[in-house]
Ligand binder design. Structure first.
Ligand SMILES: NC(=O)c1ccc[n+]([C@@H]2O[C@H](COP(=O)([O-])OP(=O)(O)OC[C@H]3O[C@@H](n4cnc5c(N)ncnc54)[C@H](O)[C@@H]3O)[C@@H](O)[C@H]2O)c1
Length: 314
């Protein structure tokens, strides 16, 4: 795979397609948007203009919105969109047959060295690209929504994906300011949606069982777990919540979490070996003698986040 120079082609101009267009156009790249629905790409450009105005309002643009918008065009056909593309984002609806067909169409028309990244939320490349002749350049590039604000993308190759395509995707997306996490294996829902799904499944159960209301769950996540997770992830959270770090947390609370899982029919105990692995990774990231300073850092970051929320309320 070369270091590509052509435009970014986006196939499917819905929420995610328009979001990726903003990411790349704000990074100075030309974007061609194609959608099978007539007028959909033009409508997306209208929504992009509104979002760019908002980004400017929050001082998140380095240049006038019109300069960014000028880099985004609607393509009249799939062929026009992808013919000279450096990178193709497939952002059509989440449907296996549709993704199979569209990926094959893109593969037949895009330059041989362009990576084809699918925004797929849960369908792995092994399922939609197995029969595609050029499947060595196919992988999932799954964003959070909206991609121009949640700037991390899961890159999920299939066994048939060329590692050079993974490197090229990582470099290309990185060039537009997106961090990437390369997912090993292709678990259903990848990682982002598995984590989200674990919480959502439990939330549905709790509402079903009359334990709390929908709004009460949203409040606990919005003002509690989620606020903290915007600063530190779930492993760092419990590492910093427990004197002695994550290993002690697992000793103290592992059995309680195991019992909660068992109530839902899940049996995945945190074995000594697993805890040792996780703890080793945490200690490499944060030696225990730096723990107290990091706790103070977390608290100060939470103060900053609270201040930002308050200024948004006034
Ligand atoms: N919305 C999210 O939160 C989110 C987050 C991450 C990933 N995704 C994934 O991104 C993909 C797109 O999701 P979305 O939310 O943007 O959907 P959407 O419904 O907003 O947009 C999909 C677009 O694809 C177009 N389309 C359908 N068939 C087409 C074809 N043959 N050629 C070209 N365009 C075609 C539709 O007209 C529509 O405009 C899905 O795979 C979805 O699972 C969605």
């Amino acid at each position: 795979m070369t270091d590509q120079q052509g435009p970014v082609a986006i196939v499917g101009a819905g929420s995610i397609g328009a979001g990726f267009a903003i990411v790349h156009a704000t990074a100075g790249r030309s974007v061609l948007l194609y959608d099978a629905q007539p007028e959909a790409a033009e409508a997306a450009i209208g929504r992009i203009a509104e979002t760019l105005a908002d980004l400017e309002h929050f001082e998140l643009l380095d240049e006038p919105p019109a300069a960014v918008l000028a880099r985004v065009s609607a393509a009249a056909s799939l062929e026009d969109a992808v013919a000279k593309a450096a990178f193709v984002h497939e952002c059509v609806s989440e449907n296996l047959d549709l993704k199979r067909q569209v990926t094959a169409d893109i593969d037949a028309r895009a330059p041989g060295d362009a990576v084809i990244g699918s925004a797929s939320s849960a369908i792995p490349a092994s399922d939609y690209a197995a029969e595609v002749p050029g499947n060595s350049r196919c992988l999932v590039a799954h964003p959070g929504n909206p991609p121009f604000l949640l700037r991390v993308v899961e890159v999920v190759p299939a066994p048939f994906t060329d590692p050079k395509a993974v490197d090229a995707a990582t470099r290309f997306l990185g060039g537009s300011g997106l961090a990437t996490v390369t997912v090993r294996k292709e678990p259903r829902g990848f990682v982002f949606n598995r984590l989200q799904g674990a919480l959502l499944r439990e939330a549905y159960c709790l509402v079903r069982d009359g334990v709390v209301s929908v709004e009460e769950i949203d409040a606990l996540v919005r003002d509690g777990l989620g606020l903290r997770w915007s600063i530190v992830g779930p492993f760092e959270t419990v590492d910093l919540n427990t004197r002695g770090g994550i290993e002690r947390h697992a000793k103290l609370l592992g059995p309680a979490y195991e019992a909660m899982g068992a109530e839902r029919g899940q049996h995945d105990p945190w074995t000594d070996e697993l805890v040792a692995n996780v703890s080793e990774q945490r200690r490499a990231a944060l030696p225990l003698d730096a723990w107290a300073d990091r706790v103070r850092w977390r608290d100060r970051e939470l103060m900053r986040a609270l201040l930002t929320r308050r200024s948004g309320e006034s």
